[in-house]
Structures are given as C-alpha cells and as structure tokens.
Design a protein around this ligand. Structure first.
Ligand code: CP3
Length: 343
C-alpha cells in the first residue's frame, strides 16, 4: 500500500534498509512556500481551520525536503479550544488565552471534546492530506500531552517558568487531576478521530515535561500519558516526546503502550538506550542549531548521530522543532545526509 513505510517499520522495531527521517515543525515558516500560503490566510488559526490549505502545507515538506513522513498541520492548542477555552495566536508572540483555568469550578465548566465533531476540521485536513499524499509516505497525527496542555490553560500564554501552572499543581492538586483527566479523555477522543480519518502514527508532545520534578512528573504527567497511549496503541505506533525530562527515560522505556521515545539533543543516545531498553525505537535528536552550520558540519553531525544510535530502531529527527530562521537548503542537507549515510 504505502510506497515508503520505513518510519512505520522502524517504529515497530523492524529492520529497515536505512534510517527514516522527518523533522518536528517541518511544515512551517522555514519554507517560503508555507509563508506564501500563510500570507493568503487571515492568520494561523484560519490556516489550521481551512482543511484544503492545511493539507497543502502538510504535504509541502514531503515534496520540498524529501522527508519520510508528513505531520498534519495543526496545533496542540486545538484541544483547549475544543474544550471551551479559546486562544489567539498573537503574531511573533505566541499563544494567548483570554480566560484561564484557576479553580475546580473553572474545570467543571469545561467540556470533554468529541474528536469527530469538535475537531472535524483536523479530520477533514487528514483525509485531504491522505488523498494528496497518494500513499507516498505515512501521515503522523499528534496531540499535546495533558501536562503541557494544562500548562497553557492555567498559565494563559507561553512562559519561561510556567510558575502559575506549577503553583496550580502544588496548591490545587485535586483540580489539577480533574483537569488532566478531562484533557486526557478529550485527547483520546481526538486521537481516535485522527486515526479514523487516516493518521498512520501518533506523537504526543510533552514540551514542558522538563520543568516538573521527577515526583511531580510521575504524579501529574506520566499516568495520563499512559492512559492515552493505552487507549490508542493497538491501532497505530505511538511516540512520546517528553522534552528535557532526562529523569523519566527509564519509566518511558517501561511504558508498554508506547513504541518510540523521542529524545531532545541534550540526551545521549547510548545512555538513553541503556535507560530505555532494547525494545523501544528512539527518535531524535540533533541540535536544531546544527542546521545553522555549513553543509560539511551538518553532514558530520548527522553521521555522528546515526552512528551513536545504530542502524535499527532509530527515527532520525532534531531534538526539538526547526527554528523559523533556518535556511531551507541546510534543512534539506540534513535530510539528504541521513538518507545517504552508509554504515
Ligand atoms: O510541522 C509540524 O510540526 C506540524 C505543525 C505543528 C505546529 N505546532 C504548527 C505551528 C506542531 C506539531 C505544533 C505543536 C506545538 N504547538 C507544540 C509542541 C511542539 C513544541 O514546539 O514543543 C507547542 C508547544 C505548540 C504551541 C505553539 N504553537 C506555540 C508556543 C507557538 C508560537 C511559537 C512559534 O513557533 O511561533 C505556536 C505557533 C505555531 N504552531 C506555528 C506553527 C507553524 C507558527 C505560527 C505561524 O506560522 O504563524
């Protein structure tokens, strides 16, 4: 069926002819072609909510960068919105919520999102993308992990410390658990709808994992991730990316319903393999800033990364998303270097 299913086979732990590669934030401002489509729309949310255009920018990196998978163009913040907490994407500043969650009463007012109805525009974008891809490469669906979503709903915007969100965990643990439960249920509905619409694999982004203590992570983050992965893993391979959370790699290795563990660039490949175990696929983890360097340095960095992970059970990627001011040719050089690597 799929002409290139390298990434699915790698995620399932099968041997592959070469290491598959895709990039977090591959659909976005690094591509002039994206910026063109984006300029035609009123704003970021309009683009996310117009399935024809969302599908177009999803497919762009497959054509332009030659990656082995597409990731659906959307945002993790569509979940708070579907639960009743609206946000705006403020130009060059990031997300902003007019209302935030401060108490159990606020949590009680939120709805549990129904993926098929509340997020029908994402499902439609997935269907259109699958048509446009015509079985060339798999399509990755995604969602934010519950702790990261809670962080935005309580904090109301991005933050260096997310101290309001962390304060919520310390001062109102019951409300925090009630909110995490609602987010987890909404996310399960949403991811099932994405899979139903055609997503071939799923990634959970826990972007703010690293600001919790290990104990807090085990209490407020990991159980809800497990709940979600348990609910979906029989259908498609699942990746969990807990950025900056060195301390939780061993536990992620023990998460039975997760196929792939995403690593950021500060996590050593061999040490991570030892902590996580042999049965999981690892994803990552070049420093996005490597792509500011010249081609020779990029190729050297790629070879070092691939040699550290070895030829199997590895999906090449960066340790976080592409920065918008990276040069597209350098990004392409990274992708080509992975594809041309000889062992
Ligand atoms: O190519 C892809 O990776 C698919 C699309 C995608 C976007 N956001 C599009 C986007 C994905 C997978 C995300 C996930 C996401 N969104 C995360 C988790 C990954 C991570 O980066 O840690 C987070 C934390 C968000 C929330 C978010 N969305 C922020 C903080 C911002 C503002 C910062 C920024 O990069 O501008 C966004 C906006 C956003 N999401 C853009 C894109 C392409 C840029 C907005 C634009 O084009 O106008």
């Amino acid at each position: 069926m799929l002409q290139n299913d390298l990434i699915l086979r790698a995620a399932k732990g099968e041997k592959t002819e070469r290491t598959p590669v895709w990039l977090m934030r591959q659909a976005g401002r690094v591509l002039p072609e994206y910026r063109e489509v984006r300029a035609k729309m009123g704003g970021f949310k309009e683009l996310v909510k117009t399935p024809e255009f969302a599908a177009e920018v999803t497919i762009q990196p497959v054509d332009i960068l030659g990656v082995d998978a597409a990731i659906i163009f959307s945002d993790i913040l569509v979940i708070p919105e579907a639960m009743g907490l609206d946000y705006q994407m403020v130009e060059s500043r990031g997300p902003w919520f007019e209302k935030t969650i401060q108490s159990l009463e606020d949590v009680d007012k939120l709805r549990i999102a129904n993926g098929v109805d509340d997020l029908h525009y994402v499902c439609e974008a997935i269907r259109l993308t699958k048509q446009g891809l015509a079985n060339r490469v798999p399509l990755i669906g995604f969602a934010g992990a519950p702790w990261t979503i809670l962080a935005y709903m309580v904090e109301g915007s991005g933050s260096k410390t997310f101290s309001k969100a962390k304060r919520f965990l310390y001062t109102q643990p019951e409300a925090a658990h009630a909110l995490l439960e609602k987010i987890a249920q909404s996310t399960i509905n949403y991811l099932r709808a994405q899979i139903g619409a055609g997503a071939d694999m799923i990634q959970l982004f826990d972007s703010w994992a690293g600001i919790l203590s290990p104990e807090q992570y085990k209490t407020f983050a990991l159980p809800y991730i497990a709940k979600i992965t348990d609910a979906i893993y029989t259908h498609v391979p699942v990746t969990v990316f807990a950025k900056d959370a060195h301390f939780i790699r061993k536990e992620l290795g023990a998460l039975t319903s997760c196929h792939t563990v995403g690593l950021d660039w500060t996590m050593d490949a061999r040490e991570s393999r030892a902590l996580i175990g042999e049965h999981k696929t690892l994803q990552g983890n070049a420093d996005p800033c490597l792509l500011y360097a010249d081609f020779k340095t990029i190729e050297h960095g790629v070879a070092e990364m691939l040699n550290a992970f070895g030829p199997h059970k590895h999906i090449a990627n960066l340790g976080h998303g592409l920065y918008p001011d990276l040069n597209k040719d350098n990004v392409r050089c990274f992708v080509d270097a992975v594809k041309n690597h000889t062992w």
